[in-house]
Write a protein that binds this ligand. Structure first.
Ligand code: GAP
Length: 444
């Protein structure tokens, strides 16, 4: 089968699993949906929060020199003038005069032919700004236009001084933020990969320009190691794209790309942005954002190294990597189906880390007590409906790494059977050792 057909098949299966099992739903579905917007269901939002906290722990909580920020989505519109978004954040578009479809010129295989109807009757390409507009205050005129932030990093630059003064940080230090960003993408596509509302996790590291390349290399390595070690992405699933065309202010830039079902796609950017951001905001605000280096009696405009990743793309990458149909395992565990659908998600970010399954409903009381206990430490679920085999399959499909069966013997030996999602092997573990056992396995 050709790779793009296989890719499309995998994408269709993922979209269907995500909807069926409550990971991701089309937004406003009962009203026919809303292109480019997605809602996260019960398992999706558990996973999203898990990835967010992993990133936050990795980038902020375990470092003395990175602080956090949670800024507003709408802010003074001059910010977006200073950042260049109002004048330059646009795509070149063309409209088909025949079928009225609108296309991004850089995404057309042949920019003279409409990819929808084949017509050659296209309008002259024109710039289309991607900023989402709204109005602030009671009057809806040009004076009151504001924008939903197109990236989470600009408020970090704007708050540079306040964060530094409040925390007494000295260069080099970073500021991180997780939050929503909005872009009026012309062709939202590939499920959540290109959406109009999405979550970014960004960290801006401020340093002396002399050390810019050193920190760029440092953060590049840190971020690649995070994907290798924390998200367990194998080498063949990732690649680095080095930018050869750089923004006029940038000194170096790379993208970490992964293999989505539709092909390689950008997951994260690590960029050396020079002094551009703080210089622009100094110029437009009239507030000098340069840094007084008291130790060396000098003033400098800090250089910025940025790491920027989409949370939705991370979830999509994890799901794409995890999805598997296992035919070898079917007859084990006494099941009739031909295939076992399983998500091999890293236990740290699986929506459910441990499921408690009583062998019989008669054991409900004891099994529920165990579930209540372990749910204080792990994302857990209790399920007593259907055969054990069916319950295993339900958990496999949402990526639960450990299923814990409480059986009649458990009443006497105070132990349970823990079944591993990937190997399907079972181990008998004493209930008093269960927490330690799971912590080690999950890799806290
Ligand atoms: N501050 C730099 C910045 O925003 P970007 O490459 O435009 O750079 C960074 O975005 C990351 O945000 C991307 O690598 C991607 O993971 C995510 N992202 C960007 N546009 C997106 C969209 N339309 N839908 C989902 N994620 C998006």
């Amino acid at each position: 089968m050709a790779d793009d057909v296989k890719g499309q098949e995998l994408m269709d299966k993922l979209v269907s699993l995500c909807k069926r099992r409550g990971f991701i739903f089309p937004s406003s579905e009962i009203y026919g949906g809303f292109n480019g917007f997605w809602d996260y269901g019960p398992y999706g939002c558990r996973m999203k929060r898990a990835v967010e906290s992993l990133w936050w722990r990795e980038m902020v909580e375990t470092r003395d020199n990175v602080e956090g920020l949670d800024s507003t989505i709408i802010a003074n519109p001059t910010i977006w003038k200073a950042s260049g978004h109002i004048d330059q954040f646009s795509d070149l578009m063309t409209d088909c005069k025949n079928c009225k479809a609108r296309h991004r010129v850089d995404q057309m295989e042949d920019p003279t032919t409409c990819p929808v109807c084949g017509s050659k009757d296209l309008t002259e390409p024109k710039e289309f700004n991607l900023m989402m507009k709204t109005f602030v205050g009671p009057v809806f005129d040009d004076e009151h236009v504001a924008y939903l932030r197109a990236e989470t990093c600009q408020p970090i630059f704007v708050n540079f001084h306040s964060v530094r003064v409040a925390t007494r940080q000295k260069l080099p230090f970073g500021v991180a933020q997780i939050g929503k960003a909005f872009r009026n993408e012309i062709n939202p596509r590939n499920f959540t990969f290109r959406s109009r509302e999405f979550t970014q996790m960004e960290m801006e590291f401020f340093c002396d320009g002399e050390e810019g390349m050193k920190w760029f290399e440092y953060w590049k390595e840190q971020r690649i190691n995070y994907y290798r070690n924390k998200l367990q992405f194998p080498e063949e699933f990732m690649r680095i794209h080095v930018h050869d065309k750089l923004a006029h202010y940038a000194k170096a830039a790379i993208d970490i790309e992964v293999q989505f079902p539709f092909g390689w796609g950008e997951l994260e950017g690590v960029h050396h942005r020079g002094t551009w951001d703080l210089s622009q905001h100094s110029k437009f605000s009239g507030v000098d954002l340069s840094y007084m280096d008291h130790d060396n009696h000098r003033t400098l405009m800090p250089t910025v190294i940025e790491t920027s990743v989409g949370l939705d793309r991370t979830i999509l990458a994890l799901l794409s990597r995890a999805y598997d149909e296992d035919t070898a395992a079917t007859k084990k565990e006494g099941m009739e189906e031909d295939v076992r659908v399983v998500l091999h998600l890293p236990p740290l970010v699986a929506p459910i880390q441990a499921a408690v399954l009583p062998q019989s409903k008669k054991l409900k009381e004891n099994a529920e007590a165990l579930y209540k206990d372990i749910s204080r430490y792990f994302r857990s679920e209790y399920d007593d409906t259907g055969s054990i085999g069916k319950r295993y399959r339900r958990q496999d499909e949402i990526g639960t790494p450990y299923c814990i069966t409480f059986d009649f013997d458990s009443l006497n030996d105070n132990a349970v059977t823990v079944r591993d999602r990937d190997t399907m092997l079972q181990e008998r573990i004493g209930i008093t050792q269960l927490r330690d056992y799971l912590e080690k396995k999950i890799g806290f």
